[in-house]
Design a protein around this ligand. Structure first.
Ligand code: G3P
Length: 217
């Protein structure tokens, strides 16, 4: 299971990288805007900076909604760095763009996925990654983890190469549940990744061990 961090914040990306378990980064327009990045030149430079911090794939999202615009942007983003994965929304034009980008050897991440039907089309088009948004489904009284399980089963049955990248992960239990149903990748905020380490019995146990060590001085 790969761990991606879902942020455009360079300090958080560095912190996750230093932990030694980071396999990639996902960004989206909202996360980029949160960092106050404006203007095309700064946006493109920011993607390159992220690529220089991590070893794995870095998702950069197109803003066009028409096929040709997605293609032009996708090619430009992919040319920035060999770690760039072009993130494309799950629309009819997006599926067409994923198919062509895939044929050109460009990695893609099909985003804003909320149903098994969308997942099927994205896999048929050859998407490298598929991003179902589990937190946003949970927000709407629908079980996001159940969708991940359905897609994993469907993809395994037909041996699709597309990797299921669980997105809109909000907390540590989402990560555990994604692991239980076989998601290939999770992308999560830093606090959810770091939160996996927390257990009060570890803290209590360590304090006791250190106390007993003192008896041996
Ligand atoms: O990777 C997609 C993710 O950033 C969306 O998360 O919390 O805005 O639903 P959220």
């Amino acid at each position: 299971m790969k761990f991606f961090i879902d942020t455009a914040n360079l300090d958080q990306i560095k912190e996750a990288q230093e932990l030694g378990v980071l396999d990639g980064v996902t960004t989206n327009p909202s996360l980029m805007a949160k960092e106050g990045i404006t203007g095309e030149k700064n946006i493109l430079n920011h993607y390159i900076e992220i690529c220089n911090i991590v070893n794995g794939d870095v998702s950069a999202e197109v803003r066009s909604t028409d096929y040709q615009g997605m293609m032009d942007e996708g090619r430009k983003l992919a040319a920035l760095h060999n770690q760039i994965t072009v993130k494309v929304p799950c629309t009819i034009n997006g599926i067409k763009a994923i198919k062509t980008l895939t044929n050109e050897g460009i990695k893609t991440n099909c985003t804003l996925v909320f149903s098994p039907g969308q997942a099927l089309l994205a896999a048929k088009a050859g998407a490298t990654y598929l991003s179902p948004f589990i937190g946003r489904l949970d927000d709407n009284s629908t079980d996001g983890i159940e969708l991940i399980a359905q897609i994993v089963e469907m993809y395994n049955y037909y041996e699709f190469d597309t990797q299921v990248l669980a997105a809109s992960v909000r907390h540590t239990m989402h990560i555990i549940q994604c692991a239980e149903v076989g998601a290939d990748v999770i992308t999560a905020p830093l606090n959810a990744i770091m939160g996996l380490i927390n257990h009060p019995l570890t803290d209590i146990g360590l304090a006791k061990f250190l106390e007993d060590y003192k008896k041996m001085d």
